[in-house]
Ligand binder design. Structure first.
Ligand code: SAH
Ligand code: SF4
Ligand code: F3S
Length: 503
């Protein structure tokens, strides 16, 4: 617990603290309002990330545990956080009870994501009581919200450190402050910072790797918190992305996932060069790495040049995640997605014509404020028309500070649940029909590991990212094999190895 007696002056307000919640050392508190601003400031790229000498040994003999919630961007940020901690001498542990530093890298996308984090933070109280020297930190998208930080200050005094998505490179200094300070240390920059290259990373596994190509989002879909928690769109320089992919290829990685909230907007922020996502993929496809994927593509910026590059195939796999959100042009308008149902279907038609056997997946929100039965039926009919292999589906969750949170919502929760159920049923039926088409075919599969439910069975993925189970020896993990598909289920394929493939 924090020492309540040792009063210091609150750095933010300059006032002496009066309540327990005042006992925080604020370097900077979050503000969603400030996060909304999109300034013209130049984004600088820093190549000089280093850890101060006095912090290099601080974790020697100590352990850390990072728990990640949310999207792949967050997973990848956790790899950077782990990299920084290991350069400070910490070793990782899976067990929070053993850890000297525990960090929760959080997600703010829906209310239930946040509830989960608060539940786990509550559980940490007991662990902190048993181990008072433990440093408990909260980072990621939730820490960008002022209401979350106030709640932590008020009710979660077991937390020692809160830092934002733009402050990851500051972790060594912030950790030092948290270790030596009696107060909760809070540093959340609301405005995005510069791009910091060369931060260390501890990647999970040695087969698949994530590579950020851009940060932030400028789309401001009316339901979404991400543009506020991740700041404005900033693209990494092409030479830095390419150098990282080349390096991963040299290290023997087999698959790269390029990451951005809206990868199709890549390069739009460059002022000195005209260079877009299609150009980047056209260069990356020449690197000797067997599979390149990317996520997420916004339908609006998916241009013909990109389709043309993707149609070259090779290591650019025939799988595209193309979130539609709704099949109703009316709802799309209120979501500010800036495309119509017709535009989306036309894009799908072009993609299917250019890329044979392409596998499409999507994200869909049901129960957006004011969504009528008819508008929901439009979503169902779009799903039938596109025939997705897979979809993430959600019930709309209001996010404070976003425009949709202020829209009148007359759709009862029961109706939203019923819509989600019907949508998922349609998707499962179509998913099975799509998979059935693969029965009898031979697929190239990257062997990823042992199946979660049966240690005699291996699990791998096709180029289209479908999960395949088959019997095989663990020694082939990380390699490519050919698998004949004998049985298709709704979300998995089952088969038998026919030959090993050299890729
Ligand atoms: N940048 C990606 C999406 C990132 S968020 C894109 O635009 O495609 C992942 C998904 O979460 C979104 O596609 C959307 O379907 C869902 N989502 C975002 N905000 C939501 C909210 N307030 N309620 C429910 N689902 C939401
Ligand atoms: Fe959110 Fe829209 Fe940006 Fe995706 S494109 S992160 S849904 S605002
Ligand atoms: Fe969640 Fe932030 Fe990702 S809100 S979905 S972790 S960008």
């Amino acid at each position: 617990m924090k020492q309540v007696k040792e009063a210091t002056v609150d750095l933010k307000s300059g006032k002496s603290p009066k309540t327990t919640a005042d006992y925080a050392k604020y370097f900077q508190a979050p503000s969603l309002k400030d996060a909304k601003q999109r300034g013209k400031e130049e984004v600088r790229v820093h190549y000089d990330f280093t850890i101060a000498d006095d912090m290099k040994e601080i974790g020697k003999g100590k352990r850390y545990h990072v728990r990640t919630y949310g999207c792949q961007m967050n997973e990848h940020d956790s790899e950077t956080i782990s990299g920084i901690l290991e350069q400070m001498g910490y070793a990782s542990t899976d067990n929070v009870e053993d850890a000297d530093v525990v960090l929760f890298n959080t997600c703010a996308i829906r209310e239930n994501a946040e509830d989960k984090v608060f539940g786990e933070l509550g559980n940490m109280k007991r662990i902190k009581n048993n181990n008072p020297n433990l440093i408990l930190g909260v980072c990621g998208c939730m820490s960008q919200e002022e209401k979350v930080v106030s709640k932590i200050l008020k009710s979660y005094q077991q937390v020692d450190l809160v830092f934002g998505t733009h402050n990851i490179h500051r972790l060594p200094e912030l950790l030092r402050e948290a270790i030596y300070s009696k107060e909760m240390v809070i540093e959340v920059w609301s405005k995005e910072g510069d791009i910091v290259e060369n931060m260390p990373k501890i990647r999970e596994g040695n087969t698949k790797a994530w590579v950020n190509i851009m940060y932030g989002c400028d789309k401001f879909c009316t339901y979404c918190i991400v543009p506020y928690t991740r700041g404005k769109e900033r693209s990494r320089r092409p030479e830095d992305v390419i150098a990282e992919v080349r390096d991963l290829a040299r290290q023997g990685f087999k698959e790269i996932m390029l990451l951005g909230q809206n990868v199709n907007a890549y390069g739009k922020d460059f002022e000195d060069i005209t260079y877009g996502f299609g150009d980047l993929l056209d260069e990356i496809r020449k690197i000797d790495i067997p599979r390149i994927r990317f996520t997420t593509s916004h339908p609006r910026d998916f241009d013909d040049h990109l389709i043309e590059v993707l149609s070259k195939g090779g290591n650019l796999v025939e799988q595209i995640h193309l979130p539609v959100q709704s099949g109703s042009s009316e709802v799309l308008k209120r979501m500010a997605r800036k495309y119509s149902r017709e535009h989306y279907l036309e894009l799908v038609r072009k993609i299917k014509a250019a890329i044979p056997n392409v596998s499409l997946s999507t994200d869909i929100i049901v129960g957006f404020p004011g969504e009528t039965d008819e508008q929901f039926e439009d979503t169902l009919s779009l799903v039938e028309e596109v025939r997705y292999d897979f979809a993430y589906t959600f019930i709309y969750s209001p996010r404070e500070g976003t425009p949709a949170a202020g829209m009148e919502d007359n759709v009862p929760m029961e109706v939203k649940k019923e819509r989600l159920y019907r949508l998922n049923e349609a998707l499962a039926r179509i998913g099975l029909e799509q998979n059935k088409k693969l029965e009898g075919s031979v697929q190239e599969v990257l062997v990823e590991g042992v199946s979660k439910n049966n240690d005699k069975v291996l699990a791998g993925r096709t180029r289209t990212n479908k999960l395949v189970h088959f019997v095989g020896d663990e020694s082939i993990i990380g390699q490519y094999v050919h698998v004949r598909i004998d049985e298709a289920k709704t979300w998995t394929l089952h088969g038998e190895i026919v030959t090993k493939v050299e890729v």
